[in-house]
Design a protein around this ligand. Structure first.
Ligand SMILES: N[C@@H](CCC(=O)N[C@@H](CS)C(=O)NCC(=O)O)C(=O)O
Length: 232
């Protein structure tokens, strides 16, 4: 037995939520280490050049980065690869790519795609994330115009749909691939479910999550996923 594994995270990072869901599902003993969002690169410099969260450090002090490879690593190392072994591997790979390509791009529009939502999100983030005294104020002032004015507005315009419609379309497409089962993985979730769940769960701390609540199949799946977390 070595050290207790750690996961360096940002509370508002969808990629971190992907990994957290699996950790909670497997009831692993992992310490979460919040980083300062204004200094991510510096705070995870111990893991090499990657410069992003999540970073998982195992009991031997090895660092594993990048959320999807990390999901696969955790399943393989701490769960005998049981989730990867569920169902058809090609279908899993295809949909993991779909989830990582499309759902990952839907979180910024819903959180920052309008002036009002960007303000709500940055206010909430300045309360829940770990910040230094100065960086908290800097974020509250600078984070909002950067996220709304530069990144999110362009993305919403390019897609053409409202952020809510985009999410509803994605949830319909995703749950439509369940083949009548409660989860993508069948009667239990697999790694694709945990990836998708992480993206949706990263919206949960924000008031915009209300826009997802009237997607019936999406919410049935989301609540089903929440029910598979230990201690839930
Ligand atoms: N492909 C990576 C993306 C990770 C990522 O972009 N994390 C963001 C936070 S949500 C980050 O750390 N960004 C810091 C940076 O790019 O400087 C994953 O899936 O883990």
């Amino acid at each position: 037995m070595g050290q207790r594994p750690t996961l360096h995270i940002l509370y508002s990072c969808p990629f971190c939520w992907k990994v957290r869901g699996l950790i909670e599902h497997l009831d692993m003993d992992v310490d979460y280490v919040p980083v300062n969002g204004m200094k991510i690169r510096k705070e995870v410099a111990f893991a090499g050049d990657w410069g992003k969260v999540p970073v998982f450090t195992d009991e031997n002090g090895h660092h594993i980065v990048d959320s999807t490879p990390l999901l696969r690593h955790i399943d393989a190392t701490y769960n005998d690869g049981k989730l990867a072994a569920l169902g058809d591997a090609a279908r899993q790979d295809e949909w993991m790519t779909w989830v990582d390509t499309h759902m990952s791009k839907a979180t910024v529009p819903i959180l920052y795609g309008s002036l009002g939502s960007a303000l709500k999100t940055t206010t909430r983030i300045s309360k829940i994330e770990k910040f230094g005294f100065l960086s908290k104020r800097l974020y509250a002032w600078a984070g909002f115009p950067i996220m709304w004015g530069i990144i999110a507005r362009k993305r919403v315009k390019k897609d053409g749909r409202t952020p809510k419609k985009l999410w509803h379309d994605l949830l319909s497409e995703f749950t439509g691939a369940f083949e009548g089962q409660p989860f993508f993985g069948g009667d239990q979730p697999d790694l694709v479910d945990f990836a998708a769940f992480g993206y949706m769960r990263s919206v949960f701390p924000f008031p915009q999550f209300d826009q997802l609540r009237d997607h019936e199949a999406g919410m049935a799946w989301y609540n089903g996923m929440s029910g598979t977390l230990r201690g839930a």
